[in-house]
Design a protein. Structure first.
Length: 117
């Protein structure tokens, strides 16, 4: 599967953005989808994930209640809705895919999110 992320941009603190990640190449519904981010000078960190079919989600603590993952298997797309954005959310955001029992081994190219104070 190949992944293409989009939707990043510049937003003021308190604003919202929705990131999208479109998959192609294989059966999208076979994959658990995740979002990660990497800020300048920091290691990449997990943001959240969504299960293959029933939409079970998990989130990193700092984004709980502000970010929401969803997916549309008919469109081979996973979304990351980000509300109440903070300057510390500034990072390059990556979508990734893994099989149910595997590790994240397919990555998109990243999309920049910048939150101004």
């Amino acid at each position: 599967v190949q992944l293409q992320a989009s939707g990043g941009g510049l937003v003021q603190a308190g604003g919202s953005l929705r990131l999208s990640c479109v998959a192609s190449g294989r059966i999208f519904s076979n994959y658990v989808m995740g979002w990660f981010r990497q800020a300048p000078g920091k290691e990449r960190e997990f943001v959240g994930s969504i299960s293959r079919d029933y939409g079970f989600t998990t989130y990193e603590d700092s984004v709980k209640g502000r970010f929401t993952l969803s997916r549309d298997n008919s469109k081979n797309t996973v979304y990351l809705q980000m509300n109440s954005l903070k300057p510390e959310d500034t990072a390059v955001y990556y979508c990734a895919a893994r099989l149910q029992t595997g590790s994240y081994d397919v990555w998109g190219q990243g999309t920049q999110v910048t939150v101004s104070s």
